[in-house]
Ligand binder design. Structure first.
Ligand code: ATP
Ligand code: MG
Length: 567
C-alpha cells in the first residue's frame, strides 16, 4: 500500500492517562483510539495486527480439533438464572432491558450460552467429545479500566468450551488445550509462564493461567526453579513448624491497655510477632467471620473469598458494629467463645500456646490451644505467599515475578451442565451430565503484551508474523526520478511475491518517515537513496537496526526469504 493513501495516525505524544509502554505506543503509533474509558476504536494498522493474532489463534484451535462458531454479545437473563450467576456475578455484568422490559446482559464470558447450545444440539454419547470456540467481543464493567487494551470494558476474547462424556475425557481435552495455548503463545513470540490458578467467578476445579512476564503485569507469579509455579491467589508454601511440639500451658489473661496491633502487643509482652494469632474479620451480607493467621503473616483476600464461598464483590472488612454485634471489640478479637465462624490458617492450627485477643477491651489471652480452648469452623490455607518463603514441593526459597494474564483454562466438570441440564444419553441409555472445560485467551490484551515485550525507545518492534505490514520501502526523495523508479520496482516485485509492503511515497523529510515507521514497528526496512542509480539500497531490520548497503535484488531476496520463513 502507498503511504500517501493510508491512515497513518502517528502522534508525537500520548495522552497523560497512558502510563505504560504498550498503551502509549498503541496510541502514538495510531493503532487504537479511545472512545470512552476502557472502550477503543481499532484504526487500520491496529486492526491488521489484531486480525493476525486472531488468525494464529484460529489456526492452532482448528488444528487442535476445535470448531469455530460465532455467538452474540447479547445474552438473555433466563440462562444466567439457570446457572445461578445472574445474582452472583455482580456489578461487572452489563445489564439492560429491551422495549418489552425483558432483561439481558452483554456477555462477559459465554459458559451459559455454549452449555445451552450444546444441550439443545447434542443428545448422545456418539456426538461427544466436542470443543466449540469463538473469537468475539466481551463486555465487563471493570471497576478500573486501565492500561489501554490490557483492562478494557470491551475486549476481544477467544473462548472455547469442551464437552466430554466423563472426567477422563475432560483430562484429554484439557491437556489438548494446554498444549494448544503453549503453541499459540510460542508462535506469538511471547515470553510466558504457565501457573496453577484460582478458579474465581467461573468456578470448577483445576485451572492454569498463561502469564506474559512483564513488570507492568497485574498478577504476581510465585515460582521455584524446581518447576513449581502458581498465581499469587493460589500459591502455597510449606507450613512452618514453629511451636508445634510445645507442651500445652495453662490459659492466662493479660492486660494489654491500648495495645491493639500485632506489633504493639508483641513489644509490650516481649514476644515475637509469630507467637500471636492475627485476627481479621470479613463479612458477607452483614455476617462477620473470623480469620486467624500467625502474627507475622498476611491474609490473602482471594483465599478468604474462597473459604467463604463468596464472590470478591460480596466480601468486605467487617464494620465495628458487626464485630460488636457478634460479641467482640476491635483490637482485641479472639476465637475463644466467639460467636463468629472461626477459620484458622493451617500453619497456625498446628501451633501451641498462641496469644489471642480476649474479646474484651484491653485484654489478651496467653497459652491458647486449638481444640482445647476453641474449635475451628474450618482449617484452611489463608497465607499470602511471597518470595523467599519455602517452596511447597522442594523447600527452596520461592521467587516472585509479575505477569500479564493472557489466557486461562479451567476444568468446569459438571458445574454448568448439572445446573442447566446439559445431558447426554450414554451407551446404556442413561441420562448423564456432560463434563465440561472452558478456555479463554485475551486476544486484545495479548496484543498489548506483545508490545510490552517487544519495543524500544523509538517504538514498537513487531514480530514479523503479527506486524501490520512486513516491509516498508522509504525513498529518501520520491521526487528524484532514479529513486522513484527503483522504489517502484522493488515495491511491485515484493507485492507480486505476497510480501505485505508499504511504499512511503509521501512528500516529507526522510527523518520524519523513518521515525514514523520505527514507531509503527514495521520489521523490514529498505531505504532507497543516493545510490539508487547504481541499484544499491540500504537494508535493515527494525529489531537489529544495523544498516547494510546492498544490491536491491539481494534486499528483495532477503525480504521474501524472511517473510516465507517467519511470517
Ligand atoms: P483478570 O483477572 O485479569 O480480570 P479474568 O481472570 O477475570 O481476568 P477470564 O475470565 O479468565 O479473565 O478471561 C479470559 C481472558 O480474557 C483472560 O485471561 C484475559 O487475558 C482476558 N481478559 C479478561 N478481562 C479482560 C479485560 N477487562 N480486558 C482485556 N482482556 C481481558
Ligand atoms: Mg482469568
Amino acid at each position: 500500500m502507498k503511504a500517501s493513501k493510508m491512515m497513518i495516525a502517528t502522534l508525537k505524544e500520548a495522552p497523560q492517562e497512558a502510563q505504560i509502554s504498550s498503551h502509549i505506543l498503541l496510541i502514538r503509533a495510531g493503532m487504537i483510539r479511545k472512545l470512552v474509558a476502557g472502550v477503543y476504536n481499532y484504526l487500520p494498522l491496529g486492526l491488521r495486527v489484531l486480525h493476525k493474532i486472531e488468525n494464529i489463534i484460529r489456526e492452532e484451535m482448528d488444528e487442535s480439533g476445535a470448531q469455530e462458531i460465532l455467538s452474540s454479545a447479547i445474552q438473555p437473563k433466563e440462562l444466567w438464572e439457570e446457572s445461578g450467576r445472574w445474582a452472583k456475578y455482580g456489578p461487572e455484568l452489563m445489564r439492560f432491558k429491551d422495549r418489552h422490559q425483558r432483561e439481558f446482559c452483554l456477555g462477559p464470558t459465554h459458559e451459559e450460552i455454549f452449555t445451552d447450545l450444546v444441550k439443545n444440539e447434542i443428545k448422545s454419547y456418539k456426538a461427544l467429545p466436542i470443543n466449540l470456540y469463538q473469537i468475539q467481543t466481551k463486555y465487563r464493567d471493570e471497576l478500573r479500566p486501565r492500561f489501554g487494551l490490557i483492562r478494557g470494558r470491551e475486549f476481544i476474547m477467544k473462548d472455547a468450551y469442551s464437552f466430554d462424556v466423563d472426567e477422563k475425557g475432560l483430562d484429554v481435552s484439557y491437556k489438548n488445550m494446554y498444549q494448544t495455548y503453549s503453541n499459540i503463545f510460542t508462535r506469538l513470540h511471547i515470553n510466558y509462564q504457565v501457573v496453577e490458578a484460582d478458579t474465581g467467578a467461573i468456578g470448577g476445579s483445576e485451572s492454569h493461567q498463561f502469564m506474559a512476564l512483564s513488570d507492568i503485569g497485574e498478577s504476581n507469579i510465585i515460582y521455584c526453579d524446581c518447576g513449581y509455579a502458581a498465581d499469587e491467589e493460589k500459591a502455597t508454601t510449606l507450613d512452618d513448624t514453629y511451636k508445634n511440639d510445645e507442651e500445652e500451658l495453662e490459659l492466662e489473661e493479660v492486660e494489654t491497655i491500648d495495645k491493639k496491633t500485632i506489633e504493639e502487643v508483641a513489644n509490650y509482652l516481649n514476644v515475637s510477632k509469630k507467637d500471636i494469632a492475627k485476627a481479621v474479620v470479613y463479612s458477607v451480607s452483614n455476617k462477620p467471620s473470623l480469620f486467624l493467621i500467625r502474627g507475622d503473616r498476611e491474609v490473602n483476600f482471594i483465599k478468604v473469598c474462597n473459604a467463604l464461598n463468596a464472590a470478591e464483590h460480596e466480601v468486605y472488612l467487617s464494620t465495628r458494629e458487626e464485630i460488636e454485634k457478634y460479641g467482640s471489640v476491635e483490637g482485641f478479637i479472639g476465637p475463644i467463645n466467639s460467636k463468629m465462624d472461626v477459620y484458622v490458617d493451617s500453619e497456625l492450627a498446628k501451633m501451641k500456646n498462641m496469644i489471642v485477643g480476649a474479646n474484651k477491651t484491653n485484654m489478651h489471652i496467653k497459652n491458647v490451644n486449638i481444640n482445647r480452648d476453641f474449635k475451628a469452623y474450618k482449617i484452611v490455607d489463608l497465607k499470602d505467599v511471597s518470595e523467599n518463603m519455602p517452596c511447597p514441593i522442594c523447600k527452596k526459597p520461592l521467587k516472585k515475578e509479575r505477569g500479564i494474564e493472557i489466557g486461562q483454562i479451567f476444568k468446569l466438570k459438571t458445574k454448568y451442565s448439572s445446573a442447566m441440564s446439559c445431558t447426554y444419553l450414554n451407551e446404556k441409555g442413561v441420562e448423564v451430565p456432560m463434563v465440561m472445560g472452558c478456555y479463554g485467551i485475551g486476544v486484545s490484551r495479548t496484543m498489548s503484551a506483545i508490545i510490552e515485550q517487544n519495543h524500544d525507545e523509538n517504538g514498537i518492534i513487531w514480530p514479523l508474523n503479527v506486524a501490520p505490514y512486513h516491509a516498508v520501502i522509504i525513498p529518501v526523495n520520491y521526487k528524484d526520478e532514479n529513486q522513484k523508479k527503483l522504489a517502484d520496482e522493488i515495491y511491485e516485485t515484493l507485492k507480486a511475491n505476497k510480501v505485505e509492503v508499504i511504499l512511503d511515497d509521501r512528500d516529507a523529510k526522510p527523518g520524519f518517515k523513518f521515525k514514523d515507521f520505527d514507531l509503527i514497528g514495521i520489521p523490514l526496512i529498505i531505504v532507497v537513496g543516493k545510490r539508487a542509480s547504481e541499484g544499491i539500497v540500504e537494508y535493515k531490520t527494525r529489531k537489529e537496526n544495523v544498516k547494510e548497503e546492498i544490491d536491491y535484488n539481494v534486499a528483495i531476496t532477503r525480504v521474501i526469504d524472511k517473510v516465507n520463513k517467519e511470517a
